[in-house]
Design a protein around this ligand. Sequence first.
Ligand code: ZN
Length: 137
Amino acid sequence: MSLTEKIDHIAIAVSDIAEASRFFVDVLGLELSEPEDVPEQKTRVAFIQVGEVRVELVQPMSEDSPVARFIEKRGQGIHHIAYATSDILGALDAMKAKGVPLIDERPRSGAHDAKIAFVHPKGASGVLTELCEQTRG
Ligand code: ZN
């Protein structure tokens, strides 16, 4: 049994959601969701639905946000890939059992009331990886 059956979203770290959204809205003709603050991560996020997958634009809201440090070091770009799971606790347990390095041993709250947890990039080919359990439809 796989721990996930689809990608929930691909997140892009951006300095400014309004500016970054021009490509998605004006060029690709997609719709941007209402931006939402995620105080735990000191970020503001907005989503763009593309078929079954969403693109998440993540903008840091303070200089000590992890995403601010990411942009400072590496510039804007792909920040993480999030896999959907229907059982985040079970997925975390399974990963722990396999020795996968986790940033979050327990789920925390993300945008849209989702339960999320990050897997360390060194366990996932250098890509920051998120598990994401949607709690609203
Ligand atoms: Zn995410």
